[in-house]
Design a protein around this ligand. Structure first.
Ligand code: 9D3
Length: 241
């Protein structure tokens, strides 16, 4: 996996890239994350990258020229099938299926993290990025969203997780997208709370059946939307969403 992040704040990524499961994969070379510092493509001696919005209003807007130059520089480090993602609250919702697509993208991907009020729309017209949001809440910039995407994608790269089939047993992966069942470890009795006896009996068929029941019951109770027919999972077609 090769990702290039275009950002004004490459320093925000460093601790994550050298620690954690995913960080070890970066260090080990299975995952490569590099950066284009948008500031270095800014205008003039002060490397200006933003200006006030035409038409007025609060905040600043990233200028088209430095953004397009930075993304072109980033794309130049990848093959012709590189995907370009613009992180924006206006984007398509990121999900596990999207993560799976990116994990197998043959020429990797570029993540463009915005700041301020947004990016000059003409940069978006020229770059034709895939616009992606990580959810309906307000972040202060695209960097936290870029980290979320890098983490979700990197752990799908074969060899990144210690335990190889951890990723395929995840909620939301595989043909059945269900929430997880509850987990227990020792002691079997703790502060008067008991571990469900089936888990202590050693009957692996009964354990599998119990876990599957738990997964279904939890999904029905907490995320009934996941049990609806495929293609309507995002809720985009349902009137109440
Ligand atoms: C307070 C400013 N908002 C006015 C309506 C617009 C706005 C601009 C920029 C809101 C957030 C941001 C910064 N967010 C991102 O760059 C971002 C984001 C997010 O905020 N939520 C979910 N996914 C993403 S991906 C990038």
């Amino acid at each position: 996996m090769h990702a290039t992040v275009v950002t004004l704040f490459p320093g925000l990524f460093a601790p994550w890239l050298t620690s954690s499961v995913v960080g070890r994969a970066v260090v080990g070379g299975l995952v490569t994350v590099d950066f284009v510092d948008l500031r270095e493509l800014g205008e003039g001696r002060h490397r200006v990258v933003d200006d006030r919005p035409f038409g007025g209003g609060p905040g600043m807007v990233l200028m088209a020229e430095p953004v397009v130059q930075a993304v072109e520089q980033a794309r130049g480090r990848h093959g012709p099938a590189v995907r370009t993602l613009l992180l924006t609250p206006q984007g398509r919702r990121f999900d596990q299926r999207f993560a799976e697509e990116l994990a197998t993208a043959p020429d990797g991907f570029v993540l463009l993290a915005g700041r301020y009020e947004g990016i000059d729309e003409r940069a978006i017209e020229v770059l034709q990025p895939e616009e992606v949001s990580i959810g309906d809440f307000v972040l202060s910039g695209g960097e936290a969203a870029a980290l979320v995407i890098l983490d979700a994608v990197a752990r799908l790269v074969p060899g990144v997780l210690g335990h190889e089939d951890s990723a395929t047993e995840d909620s939301f992966s595989g043909p059945e997208r269900l929430l997880d069942h509850p987990h227990y470890t020792r002691p079997a009795s703790w502060r008067g709370h008991e571990v469900p006896p089936v888990l202590l009996g050693g009957d692996h068929g009964a354990i599998a059946a119990w876990r599957r029941e738990q997964r279904l019951a939890r999904t029905r109770a907490r995320r009934p939307d996941l049990l609806e027919p495929r293609g309507d999972k995002e809720g985009a077609c349902s009137p109440e969403s």
